[in-house]
Design a protein around this ligand. Sequence first.
Ligand code: DGL
Length: 286
Amino acid sequence: MEITPGTAAAPGSAAVDAAPCIGVFDSGLGGLTVLAALRRRLPHARLLYAADSAFAPYGERDAAYVQERSRLLTRFLLAQGAQLIVVACNTATALAIAELRAEWPGLPFVGIEPAIKPALAARAEADGPVGVLATSATLASGRFRALLAQHGGGARVVLQACPGLVEAIETRGPQAPRTLELLRRFCLPLRDAGCTRVVLGCTHYPLLADAIRDVLGDAVRLLDPADAVAAQAERLARALPPQARGGAGLQAWSNGEAALLLRVAAACALPIEGVLALPQESPEAA
Ligand code: DGL
């Protein structure tokens, strides 16, 4: 799958002295697309991944729910030794990263936001409108509205929420007929509007890149900021103190179906060998 921008870093390019320990979380499988970019940029880091599949989708929940889940996952990753947290979820970044930063002022966080700026910056007059696929919660968030107001500059942007799509990926998988049927439904308005660039505003959607091209045509440019997120994590990792425990490697925890996670990880070329159980306590019980 070819997605732009996404210039892969040369493996081993990071001048990180000791193996940093980076915690990554998402509402489920989507953050694996970010984990893959982190792995390319930081092949010698220790990467910890938490998939909150039992509590997905975040994109159809309120801010308090997403903030509580994000707090729990951050606490969990810190307990495993994470020194830096990558919020590999657009919805959690939009609704919760400010609260996380307030709760852990000394801890570096990297979030992910829809790639509105690069999509609009490189746009030529002749280009069609820019399409944005994202969760309902991301599109409704103040953070997204501010991003659009800052970089939109009067350009035509077609916003498309995708209710049910993350749930379909989490319960049936990215290639399931129901997932592809829903995806097609959400892509048709972008095709009808003549969108030539589409911002993938949810980390689950790059898993569907080929299917999106099937609907929108091979000429469409899909914008996924995963590599930019990994580059920022790489910069921040340079400042981390050497880690006493653990070496490089990849460890995953999930409260969902481990077999599906392993399948999606393999499709992302992530060598995850096993998946441990992520505690399932509800936000209320925390
Ligand atoms: N991967 C999450 C995102 O980037 C999905 C949110 C959800 O669970 O609905 O927004």
